[in-house]
Structure formats: structure tokens, C-alpha cells
Write a protein that binds this ligand. Sequence first.
Ligand SMILES: Nc1ncnc2c1ncn2[C@@H]1O[C@H](COP(=O)(O)OP(=O)(O)OP(=O)(O)O)[C@@H](O)[C@H]1O
Ligand SMILES: [Mg+2]
Length: 741
Amino acid sequence: MSGESGRLREGMRFRRHLLLLSLFVLLLVGVVVVVDRFDGDEEARTSALIDATARVDAGIAREMMVQLFSGVRDEAALRRRVRRLRAMVARLERGLREDLEEASEGIFADEEIASAIRRSLAGLDTALAGQERRVRRFLAIPLEEEKRARAVVIEEAADDRIPAALSRLRRAYERHYADEARVHEISKRVLIAMVVALLIYLVVLLVAAARRNRFLQGVLDERSALQEGKRLLLAAMGSAPDGILVCDRDGRVRYANDALAAMHGVADPEELVGRSAAELRGGTPGDPLYREMRATVAQGREWQGDYRLVSADGEERVIARTMSCVSLDGHDYLVGIDRDVTEERARAERLAATQRLESLGVLAGGIAHDFNNILAAIQGNLALALRHADEDGAGYIRRAVQGAERAADLCRQMLAYAGKGRFVVEPVDLSALVGGLSELLAVSIDKRIDFVQSLADDLPAIEGDRAQLQQVVLNLITNASEAITGGAQPREEGRITIATRVEEVDAERLSQAVTGSDLPPGRYVVLEVADNGCGMDEETRKRIFEPFFTTKFTGRGLGMSAIRGIVQGHHGALLLESAPGEGSTFTILFPPSEREAVPEEPVGDEVQPEEAAGGTVLIIDDEEVVREVAAELLGECGITTICAADGVEGVASFRAHGDRIDAVLLDMTMPNMDGSECFRQLRAIRDDVPVVVTSGYSEEEVLRSFEEGALADFVHKPFDPERLQQVMRRVAAARRRVGEG
Ligand SMILES: Nc1ncnc2c1ncn2[C@@H]1O[C@H](COP(=O)(O)OP(=O)(O)OP(=O)(O)O)[C@@H](O)[C@H]1O
Ligand SMILES: [Mg+2]
């Protein structure tokens, strides 16, 4: 990185500055030492020496001698004087020796001075001895001659070698001093120059240091910003709900976040680092999935797909992975984002299955509806034929009637599956309803099977259609019986249990429901049918609600589909537990009703007291056969009929025949003008005309299109001839009675 190398360069430059500065300071110290040596002391000492020599020189020696030896009269005085002289010479000698020492060692050693000093030293003793000698000589001289003689001696002494040596020394000193003074002067200038240079250098260095500090601060800021960014990124990646992994080109995990660790059932993401990503997902480097991912990202594209993962806790999960390639500093890395989609995929599968079933339901409902119309014609005509047939013919017709009834039952199952078969909704007591079916159930169940009923007393009512609920119970019981007797190995001790109860159901249990899993948790009325029959494997369990799915030779595969439609229509839920060889338990949950249950009573014959026959009925139906059968059936009771093929024609006929019409039999689904619009128009013409609606769909659904009490009655298609005759006779007679009265 350029920041890094810039930092290195800057660091080196700074060290160079420091080195230079230290060298400079060393040099400066040297110069200061040199200057200092000649400064002050050295200079003063040199000039003192020169002064001393100057004093010794020229006359001083003589004076000295005069002073020393004048008045010396005896030996004792002479000795005293000589001691003083020696002390003086000794002082002089000490001084000279010190000078000699300095002049012969150290940086400024000067051999010339040294030898001059040495010579002076050598001469001192001799000179002293000479003086002594002379003074002794002088002592021997008589007093008269003394003055002259003294002068001679003193003259001699003055010419002696001390002053000569000292004056040479002085000259040498003077020369030397002149040289050194020059050196000193130069050194002083150098020193000043160096001090100025050092100051400049220090300023430069300070500026450089400030710049360097600014630069370093920048680098530090940049680094801490980078580190903060990195930490933030790691924290964000670490807390991401999706698993994130980064692999090197060999497919080894370099980074994994917490979510990924959780997916693999390990506590610490570090445990995944260094492992092979392919092996982590349960594959191998080089397996087809690995090659596919590699090939895709190698083309610079993103790889997306699902894989199955068996995590450390042994659970199988579906993971959706997005993999792409990221290049950094010339290295390629693979970045994968894993999402646990187990639930999502399962939900999508369930939704797809539900949608498939629903579209099949629409189809089945449509077919059933059309079939009902056809069956209405067949059953109506068969009923008519039966009345006119002789004994032989009646047998055939009855069989045909049975066939038609089975077909009608099939239609009923299909309509129930399509959710279109809910006819009369009322509060029903499930226990009572099952109890009432006992006889019918006993016939439907194989004799060898133990049938146990466990029905709760005072069960809350549920809002339901009795016929449909009976259909559910019957279908479940039939299936249970068939599972016991019909399997590959029929069970010896078969048992079927039917139970009703109230249960508090929680969300978790509801979530396992095959249908109605979205119901709120709470109190439900439960209908449970359990058997110890052959049970179902996973594959069968998944498909039992598909219409026409059956594993039985004679089965139609509509029973469970109808149950599903009915349970949905009743806003209930269905739970299923089953395993091969271990029987099955179907549990249906119904929301309890607020209302009291209507007591269970045997469906009474709707036979009315004989109504006087007669009257005129307008039949409006788009199916010609239905019109014909209805007309024929009503004709049998002495009712005159007028037929119309659709709503428009019906309204026209009604307008034309006006008062003559006592009642109208009106179909719901018709082209041009449907039943409800036709009803509105008929009532607009005459508001008291009784209208009986007929439809293959549920009464509840039909009634929703009308105001309460607007219809005289409802006859379900395919119609039971007896019921149609009864209803129409009653309605037409009532109108006539009103008319007569
Ligand atoms: N209690 C059960 N035990 C085992 N398998 C069952 C049970 N109930 C249903 N099944 C399975 O579900 C399939 C579908 O059942 P469904 O009632 O819809 O059709 P069917 O019984 O085959 O024919 P039908 O329309 O005559 O009832 C059955 O064929 C059977 O494989
Ligand atoms: Mg069945």
C-alpha cells in the first residue's frame, strides 16, 4: 500500500536527520573544546608566562641577583640567600615543567617550545651553581674592592645563561602564541558559522518534524479509520442473519460468521476456519456441485442454488447459497452467502400442493355441477319411468336408480372437495351426530373389527352442515376399516376408535396441521378417528388429499379430498399421524359455536297433508332435460307448467302469463340472465310471486344472493322427485289459497 511505503520512507528520512544532527553536535562540541582551550585560561596562562619570562629577562635577573646577594656578609646569610634563590628557581622550574608537560603532550603539543623549556631547565641548575660560585667568590673580596667587584659579578650574573635561555623561551612563546592566536581566531569564526548553521538546521529540522508529525497523524487517522471500518464490517458480517463464508482459491474457509457456525451446529466460527468449504456442506472438493460453482464463478457470474446440509446435530436443512468471486490484491476469493430455507421451501411446497388441490377443486366442482344437472334429468326420468313400468321393467330401473345414486354420491364428494357442498349450516352436537350414525357405521365396518366410541358429553356445538359432517365421519371410518382389512397383511385384532372431546390446542400443534394450520390457538371441538391398520408411508401421506389418488383397487380416491374440502368449509383443521404398519390417527378440530346445538332428530318425511293438486308453475332452467323432467314430475301432481330456457325468456313469459302463475321454479346458473337478476325482475313485476330456487351448489351460497325470507324454498340438484313435488305442491297451493281467500 502506498501509505505503508510512504510511512517507511518518512521514518528513514527522520533517522537520517537524527544521525546528521548528532554528527553535527559532536563536531560542534569538538570545536567548542578547541576554542575553549585557547580561550580564557590558556590565553591568560600563556601571557602570564610571557610576562614572567619578560620579568626574568633583561635586568630582572640582574636585579634579582643584586637583591639576593647584596648585604651578604657571612656564610650564614649567603646560605639563606641561596635557599631563597633555590626556592625561586624551584618555583620557576615547577612552572617550566608544567609547561613542558603541556608542550609535549595533548593536541596542541609543540616540540619547539618543549625543547626550549627543556634547555631552560637544563640551564637552571648550572646557572644557579654559577651564581653560588660567584657569590662565594664575591664574599672573599675585601670591603674596599667590594663595590667594583660586586658590579663585575653582577654583570657576569646578568650575562649568565638564565636570562638568555629565558629570553629564547619567551621568543618561542611569542611565536607559538601568535600561531595559536591565529588558529583560535579561525576556530572562533568556524564556531560562529557552525552555530548559525546549527540554528538553521534546527529550524529546518523543526519544520521537518512538524511536517512529519502531520504526516504521521494522517497515517494514524487513516489507519484507525481503516481499523474502525474493518471492525464495523466484521461486526455487520458477524451479526448478519445469513451465513457468510470467504474461501481462498483452494476452497479453504478463511472467514465464517456466527450464523454460518450456527447452521453447522458449532459454537465458534473459528472452528470452521481452515476447513474445506465443500466438506463443510457434506460434499467433497471436486464433486459435481463444487465443479458447477467453480465453473460459474470462474466466468465472473454468480452461482445460486440449494444444497442439503446435515448439521452437527444431525438435522437435515435446505440451504440456499449465493457464491461469487472477489479479487483483492491479485488474489481471488470465493464469497458465499448461505441462507437456511428449510422452512421456506417446505412452505412453498405446501403452498404449491394447496394451489394444485385448489385448482383441481375448481375443476372437480365444475364437473360435479354439470353432472348434477345431467343426473337431475336421469334421476327424474327414472322416477317417472318407475311409476309407469311393469314388474320386470321396474327391476332394471331400480338398478339404474342405484347407479344414478352412486353417481350422485360421487358428485356430492366432488362438490364437498370443491368446497361447494355446504348446504344447511346449524349448531351441531358432534357427539350426538356420531351417536346417531352408530347403525350406519356398524354396517360400514368389518364385523371382525373392534369398534370403540368415546364420545364426550356436553360437548360445545359447532357450526356445521349435518350431511357433510356425517360424510366426514363415514369417509374416515370406511378408510379406517379398509386400512385394517384391505392391507397386504390384514390385521387380526383390528380396532377403530372414534372420539369427540374439547381440547386446548396450542400454536405448535396447529402448525403441524395438513389443512387449517393458520388457525389461532385456543379451544376446539375435536373429532378423532384412529385405527391400527396398515398406516401410510410419507409418500402416501403427502398425496391422500389429491382427488382420485387411491392405493385401493376399488377406491375412487375422493374420500379424503371431500374431507379436506368439508374441514376447510367448516373453518377447521386436520391433523394426521401415521406410519407404515402402525395405523393412522386423523384428528379434526372445529371451532366451537356460541349457539346451542339443534337437537338431533331423525329426518322426518316431508310429507305434507295432501294439498289440492293444480296451479301453474313457471320453470326457468337452461337445461332442457331438467325442464322436461321437472315439468313431467309437476304434471304428475296436476300442476300446469310453463317453461323458459333462461332468465330473459322467463321474465318475458311471466309478463305474458301474469296472474296465471302461482309459483316459479328458478335455476341459479344460467346464461344471459342469472337466477338472482331474474328473481329481482320477476318480483318487480309482481312482488308476491313465490319463487323456489334450485341449484347444484349449496343452499347457503345461494341464499347469500337473496334477502332473508325472500325465497319460498330451495331444492337441491339433482332433485329428489318426491321432494320437488312436495315443495312445489305446497308453494303453489299456498298461493292459490291466499288468492282464493
Ligand atoms: N386410515 C387409513 N389408513 C391407511 N391409509 C389410508 C387411510 N385413510 C386413507 N388412506 C390412504 O389414502 C388414500 C386416499 O383415501 P380416499 O378416502 O381419498 O380414497 P380411497 O379410500 O382410496 O377411495 P374412496 O374415494 O372410495 O374413499 C387411500 O387410498 C389410502 O391409501
Ligand atoms: Mg376412502
